[in-house]
Design a protein around this ligand. Structure first.
Ligand code: HAM
Length: 434
């Protein structure tokens, strides 16, 4: 890698080139395909939102708000009062859009999907970057357990359609608002006995957001919390919430979703209620959640609307591709990576003609490349075509030019044939199809 002083790529971000982008696009196309089968419509929200949107949804004391927000310079008085940030996630913006557009005033169920970049100033490590991409869905306007079931089933089917095998859905129930208050009180009371044995972060969490103690990755905290607190939590849930969760699990079983219940699962974002889940990949180490989501029934009210039950998930594109790599799988969509033709000229005098041939192939929907340097030798052009894995090369030399022909070479078989100018498109179309 070369160094370019003061102009380098920002830590935790990356440039993505065509081969990898092809995988991103394929993943997105497969997800879109599935989403439309389930009746989800696309929404695009801006990359920039007000910080208060996330403070009120994710939570003031969440790690994201406290440590990871990318703040932007104020452009006017409004921005000074209410700072702008790069979005760290997609749920709050979708709910904002839903309320602002007036959709919330209609009695409709809304089903959205979105794709795009998110920004969190985290410490970069494998599976954790500062700019990453999510593909997500949000169902807004229903309390029905069938929404939870549909959302989890859709995520599971997406994983299956991508060819992932070493994964499962980790699932938990954090109950209704009253249950959550009960759980938090319970954690505070029980954990205070062991507080001195807990890590500094957990001691702070006990005061600000006790549920997060369950999410601590410190081995010592896990052992204390698992034994003394975690196992008791299901007993604190009200009958209605317990029954609801039981029915959801029953349906997931019938649908063949590979799920595992985990009483210690909590999420780093404050807006969740009832069902929460993660799609976990067993080959990914500590950052093993490819996707995550759950129900968030209080968010619309927190933003000033009437009660609307909501549920959704977001899948991390980079982590999903990493998981596929761990399984030695690559997303190669034939639709995206079409066979490519390289047009070469043996000398600069033939370049005009070669250029026109390439242009004509493109006009006829054939992926054609021509090296934009008429001084390059034929050998160098051929090397480039080889490196780029061209399926065919079309060579224009002196003799071919005299006869108004080209030499067409199939790079896989090595077979060569002379083809008249006016038959190149037809012949290539035939070969590409084979
Ligand atoms: P989240 O768990 O913060 O949830 O993120 C969802 C997924 O985004 C993660 O499982 C992971 O794959 C990916 N992800 C998160 N942070 C990073 C990072 N720093 N680098 C790479 N990938 C990352 C949400 O964002 C919620 N909005 C999900 C949701 C939708 N809940 C309801 N609806």
């Amino acid at each position: 890698m070369s160094k370019i002083e003061n102009l380098e790529l920002i830590k935790g971000m990356k440039d993505i080139y065509s081969e990898e982008l092809c995988e991103y696009n394929t993943l997105e196309a497969m997800a879109r395909n599935l989403f439309s089968r389930y009746g989800y419509g696309e929404i695009k929200t801006p990359l920039v939102e007000r910080e208060s949107l996330f403070a009120r949804s994710i939570g003031e004391v969440s790690d994201i708000l406290q440590k990871q927000m990318y703040k932007l310079e104020a452009r006017d008085e409004d921005d000074k009062k209410n700072p702008l940030v790069l979005r760290p996630e997609g749920t709050a913006p979708v709910v904002r859009a839903y309320l602002q557009s007036g959709l919330a005033n209609q009695d409709n169920l809304c089903k959205f999907f979105y794709t795009g970049a998110m920004f969190r100033g985290e410490k970069p490590q494998a599976g954790r970057s500062r700019q990453f991409h999510q593909i997500g869905i949000e169902v807004i306007g229903t309390d029905s357990k069938y929404a939870d079931i549909e959302v989890i089933n859709l995520l599971w089917n997406l994983a299956l359609s991508l060819g992932l095998t070493n994964c499962f859905v980790k699932i938990n129930n954090i109950g209704c608002k009253n249950d959550r208050l009960k759980i938090e009180e319970f954690i505070k009371e029980k954990a205070s006995v062991f507080a001195s044995g807990l890590c500094q972060d957990c001691q702070r969490r006990l005061k600000t957001s006790p549920l997060r103690v369950l999410d601590c990755k410190n081995e010592n905290c896990i052992s204390i919390i698992k034994q003394k607190i975690g196992q008791k939590i299901p007993e604190l849930l009200c009958d209605e919430c317990s029954q609801r969760f039981k029915e959801i699990k029953g349906n997931l079983e019938v649908l063949g979703v590979n799920y595992k219940e985990d009483n210690l699962l909590v999420r780093g974002l404050d807006y969740y209620t009832h069902t929460i889940f993660e799609l976990v990949h067993t080959g990914l180490g500590s950052q093993n959640a490819i996707a995550a989501g759950g129900r968030y029934d209080e968010l619309v009210e927190k933003f000033g609307g009437h009660h609307k039950g909501c549920c959704g998930f977001a899948l991390g594109v980079e982590r999903t591709l990493l998981a596929l790599e761990k399984e030695n799988k690559k997303l190669t969509a034939v639709d995206f990576k079409k066979k490519e033709v390289f047009v070469l000229a043996s000398a600069s005098v033939f370049y005009d003609k070669a250029f026109n041939i390439a242009m004509n192939l493109r006009k006829n929907e054939i992926n054609a490349q021509i090296i934009l340097d008429e001084k390059k030798s034929l050998k160098a052009q051929m090397r480039q075509a080889d490196k780029k894995k061209a399926a065919f090369v079309v060579i224009l030399g002196e003799e071919e030019s005299k006869n108004e022909e080209v030499l067409l070479k199939d790079m896989a078989s090595g077979k060569e044939q002379r083809v008249a100018y006016n038959a190149i498109t037809k012949e290539l179309k035939k070969l590409i199809k084979e």
